[in-house]
Design a protein around this ligand. Structure first.
Ligand SMILES: [Cu+2]
Length: 304
């Protein structure tokens, strides 16, 4: 048990130590789970406000948090119309020279994603700590109506090789009752040793792995009412929600024939990590932050 929890304990410590408000960047509009900013909903039952919302979910050396950082959706969802442009906003501490951002939608609670916007290099490049930073992100006009997860990902240009991920819980209205969305799969770079390493690219002349973003696989997710099973599907996942609303079925068709053996494993470990992290982090809420996040703090002092 002790050995199993080593990584989770470090995650809790890192969370504590990085609780300084000036660090990093987080999604504020729509509200990233469980953004402390004014106007954001209270966390769902059993979850706490994330005063460290701006911190990354991992580095190329280790995964600290799961994709989305927190996996339990908000109880209330912000409604956006299909085709609407969201003027996304961020809580900016240290923008680390900007970098690459991806925005993606999921209709199956984060199991499968379709990227709806990508910014290479220019994301957060003009951001400054403490000031608002906005990026317009359009919900595709053909996005089916229903509950969806809106994810923001960021690989910073300068500093520790990090991945940032926050998710907002939204409901898309005015779109087709069923349909499909096609786009790239998200690239989770600088997220664990088995992920793509994007080295620092402070200078325009330095390589930034943009070719890997261009080469992301295309995925089509089909969202429909329970009955209609589309012809060619490799994965079918059902929502586990027990709400009264009709259960949509999300199907995913990969356009390549390559097997994707990592999907199930990743999802499983992610859930486990989140569940245990919550339990471990809860009692430390009232403790004083301790400067245990040595590597990252050193990096920040060097960079800022
Ligand atoms: Cu940072």
């Amino acid at each position: 048990m002790i050995f199993k929890n080593t990584i989770l304990a470090s995650a809790a410590l890192l969370c504590l130590s990085a609780m300084t408000a000036e660090a990093h960047v987080g999604l504020k509009t729509p509200c990233g789970r469980y953004q402390p900013a004014a106007g954001c909903p209270a966390p769902p039952s059993g979850q706490a406000i994330d005063y460290d919302i701006n911190s990354p979910i991992g580095t190329h050396d280790s995964k600290t948090f799961p994709i989305c950082k927190h996996t339990v959706p908000y109880a209330t969802r912000t409604k956006y119309a299909a085709g609407q442009t969201i003027n996304t906003d961020y809580s900016v501490g240290a923008p680390h020279g900007g970098g690459h951002c991806q925005w993606a939608l999921s209709y199956d609670d984060g199991k499968t994603w379709v990227v709806i916007k990508t910014m290479i290099r220019s994301c957060l490049a003009t951001a400054t700590g403490g000031a608002p930073y906005n990026v317009p992100v359009q919900i595709p006009a053909n996005a089916p109506s229903g509950k969806a997860t809106f994810m923001w990902l960021w690989n910073n240009a300068i500093g520790n090789r990090e991945l940032y991920s926050n998710c907002a819980d939204i409901e898309i209205t005015g779109g087709p009752a069923s349909g499909s969305l096609t786009g790239p799969e998200p690239l989770f770079a600088n997220y664990g040793t088995d992920s793509l390493l994007i080295p620092e690219f402070p200078l325009a002349s330095q390589p930034d792995k943009s070719e890997a973003f261009a080469a992301r696989k295309t995925v089509t997710i089909t969202v429909g009412k329970g009955g209609a099973a589309p012809p060619k599907t490799t994965t079918t996942v059902k929502h586990t929600t027990t709400k009264a609303a009709p259960k949509p079925t999300t199907t995913v068709k990969h356009t390549t024939t390559k097997p994707k053996p990592t999907t199930t494993a990743k999802h499983t470990s992610t859930k486990k990590a989140n569940a245990t992290k919550t339990a471990a982090a809860a009692p430390t809420k009232s403790s004083k932050p301790k400067p245990t996040h040595k590597h990252h703090h050193r990096e920040h002092h060097r960079r800022h």
